[in-house]
Design a protein around this ligand. Structure first.
Ligand code: ATP
Length: 511
């Protein structure tokens, strides 16, 4: 099945099984805004906990904060967001659809990459173990041609972005003969800059009202609190501050479900270091973050680093962690070395010193910052799209979410085989024992087979069935979601068996 088809099914599945709903659906929805349902919120909370604990529990020099969404508007002037938090947009005059010019070109680059990868895949199949990819890349004419097209476009595109050259960006779109996916034409407007910040007013009278912004990133709340935390927590450099919170961006093109939203959540960590050591820390955090992703077990081959085409004005190194979504490799997380830009700007605009006195060097300086920045919602989409499987079984088929047990919303379902003979009571007893440690669900409706399918569809890793034997020897069957194998175990052992598999501690110990 085509990847697009699978993605459509995944979106429908998220709605049908209480993971994600379109916001304001009964009013025909609000574009690029989504609500999380009863299972979605559990998965989201588990993702947040996995991130938070990996930062704050595992690193004694990383602490958390929770800053307000509203901040003094000058903060956004100082950070550069008022003047430069723009995306280049372009309209197709026939379809009237709006696109991000940079994304159109990135998609074109991805097409060349895809062609190359297809050739390599084909050849790999043909030559088997004897296949030498390096040699093939250098000698196959189609690969060489496409690689050249990719490199030329990449170079031209990077230059246009770095020079902020909007005319050149449009020219690239024309020269590459990029068409609007809706109208199929190349009738484009000029490229314009569009600021992504939402604003509103604070204050009760119109004369006294102050324009404030909904924060487009959580990072600035950390920067402006860095000295408060450093002093009150007696933190010594290097140290980090982590935060999870909402961010808002008036995205031009809202695409791909919860991949690009107008209201979303970020998990950011700013790590304050001695100037000159930032690139070492950048490498260290790159490695740690990749480990965190890969520990979930979705396959190392589905992740890669992507160097930025254009470094932001404040950065001296930047890389994205990309995951292979059904629509291709896309960014899940950014890791940036932001120099002393933000803190220096806040010194300048606030008139207050934000220096750190380094007792080892006996001098004060503005620390440099390495940040890791990941979207909760994008991580959610990454997890759920990797977990979604349609499987053909001997007699029927099933849709199963192979979520890592540690992240699964419901850890176990307890099912009485029949609704009589004391089995429901026994099942409730088991839930009453286990509910303090795990999110449990009781299910007695329909045949056992149907109940298993329902639990597969929401990703419950364990189903526990209570049958007549249970009433005599206190054993139950436990059925494992992925292998569908069943095992007879003592009720008294359930806590340990399940606890081991859903333990975040075990996941951390693997990293
Ligand atoms: P993109 O290039 O996709 O617009 P970005 O480079 O602007 O993203 P950052 O500013 O580095 O993104 O934000 C850090 C992380 O926040 C991203 O890696 C992504 O996971 C998440 N994120 C950013 N914008 C959105 C959005 N509109 N919806 C959902 N998540 C987002």
């Amino acid at each position: 099945m085509a990847q697009e088809e699978i993605f459509k099914k995944l979106v429908a599945h998220c709605k049908e099984y209480g993971y994600v709903f379109q916001s304001s659906e009964i009013y025909d929805g609000l574009s690029a805004v989504y609500d999380y349902g009863q299972y979605g919120v559990e998965l989201k909370n588990n993702i947040k906990k996995y991130w938070w604990d990996s930062m704050v529990l595992l690193h004694e020099n990383v602490v958390g904060i929770d800053s307000a969404i509203f901040m003094h508007p000058t903060i956004w002037k100082a950070s550069g967001h008022v003047d430069a938090f723009n995306d280049p947009l372009i309209d197709n005059k026939d379809s009237k659809k709006r696109y991000r010019a940079d994304v159109l070109v990135e998609d074109q680059l991805a097409k060349f990459e895809e062609k190359i990868n297809k050739e390599i895949e084909k050849a790999h199949k043909r030559f088997g173990d004897a296949f030498d990819e390096q040699q093939f890349r250098e000698t196959n004419q189609r690969v060489v041609d496409n690689q050249k097209k990719y490199d030329d476009l990449h170079e031209r595109f990077s230059k246009a972005l770095n020079d902020n050259n909007l005319e050149e960006l449009k020219q690239i779109i024309i020269d590459q003969e990029i068409v609007c996916p809706v109208s199929g034409t190349r009738n484009w407007t000029d490229v314009r800059q569009f600021n992504l910040m939402f604003s509103t007013e604070m204050g009760s009278t119109s004369e006294g009202a102050m324009k404030v912004y909904l924060r487009p990133e959580t990072a600035q709340g950390i920067f402006v609190n860095y000295l408060n935390v450093q002093k009150s927590g007696r933190m010594k450099i290097p140290f980090g501050i982590a935060q999870i919170g909402k961010a808002f961006r008036n995205e031009i093109v809202a695409r791909q479900f919860i991949f690009r939203m107008r209201e979303f959540e970020q998990m950011e960590m700013q790590f304050f270091v001695r100037p000159g050591t930032e690139l070492d820390w950048f490498e260290k955090w790159k490695e740690l973050r990749m480990q965190w992703h890969q520990a979930l077990g979705f396959g190392a081959e589905n992740y890669r680093f992507h160097e930025h085409e254009k470094l932001a004005h404040y950065a001296n190194a930047a890389v994205d962690v990309e995951f292979k979504f059904p629509f291709g490799f896309k960014e899940v997380e950014g890791i940036h070395s932001r120099t002393d830009f933000d803190l220096s700007q806040h010194e300048k605009y606030s008139g207050k010193k934000v220096r750190y006195f380094d007792p080892e060097l006996n001098e004060s300086y503005v620390p440099f910052v390495v940040e890791t920045s990941i979207g909760v919602d994008r991580m959610f989409l990454q997890v759920i799209s990797a977990a979604y499987h349609e499987e053909q079984l001997e007699k029927d088929s099933r849709v199963v979410l192979k979520l890592p047990p540690v992240l699964a919303p419901v850890k176990l379902a307890v099912m009485p085989l029949v609704k009589k003979d004391g089995l429901p009571e026994k099942a409730r007893e088991i839930i009453d024992r286990l509910k303090f440690g795990f999110n449990c669900q009781y299910d007695e409706k329909d045949s056992i087979g149907k109940r298993y399918r329902r639990q597969d569809a929401i990703g419950t890793p364990f189903c526990v069935t209570v049958d007549h034997q249970t009433t005599t020897d206190n054993t139950v069957t436990i059925r494992y979601r992925d292998s569908m194998e069943q095992e007879r175990v003592n009720i008294a052992d359930l806590d340990t068996i399940i606890g081991e598999k859903v333990s975040m501690r075990r996941l951390f110990e693997k990293q």
